[in-house]
Design a protein around this ligand. Sequence first.
Ligand code: SF4
Length: 276
Amino acid sequence: MANGTLIFKSKTIIAGLNAKTIKGDKREEYATAIMYLAPAKMAGGANLCAMAREAGCDPTHNNGGCLVNSGQAQVFSSINRARIAKTQRYLANRAEFMAELVRDIERFVKWCAKHGVKPAVRLNGTSDIQWEVAHPCERVAATDAEFGDWVGQYASIFEAFPEVQFYDYTKVYKRAYRQLPANYALTLSYSGANERYAEAVTKAAHETGANMAVVYRTKALRDYFVDKVAQYGETCRDVIDGDQTDLRFLDPQRVIVGLYAKGQSAKRDTSGFVVG
Ligand code: SF4
């Protein structure tokens, strides 16, 4: 334990839990494990962020607002090297990678139970993979007295772990039109870098009711918008303070999630991802 924080570490996901949890505060009932991969085409091969170029955040193309360029990852390239190696495992053998992820989530679920919190998982910490499509997995589902362990086959990781709350941000706005599992909350991510993208993402939020995150240049600017109605393209909604917690699945529905830019590269962003 360091600085009152308990750490869960595995090959695919990592979580921190503040030991001084505030009882009765809904936000403190969860621990979130996040997976950090190498975004877009940073690991070579397939593109993990289908809309990054259009939304102006592709770190291999320009220095857009991608989180991969923020904080420690920017300073320590060894962090990015580890993410690239992990992503190459995902790209080389998806079935094997999903088996590894299942094992790690199972361990995380037990870790959460031991510490008396609920498990939440964000698979796209620094990627934008459509996990609901073409990502089947297996899990030892139960033990039968006669036949022993049997393996459950699931269409997605969300179905394999109904006890886990998954959530992500996404720039792939077409995902908002899909029938997503009840334990997966997706928040659209606005960017004004490109008029066509801005129009499409605000239309998707308007038509599907999905929440949409907007990153403001400063905390003061975000504070100005919080509790007011703001309009971006077709989306006209109340703005909430999205920095109080990252647990997006607890947000009210049909809102704009107001965030402010953190880290020097985000504050200096000129791509249009950061507003103001
Ligand atoms: S979609 Fe997200 S993870 Fe991918 S490059 Fe853009 S900001 Fe980074």
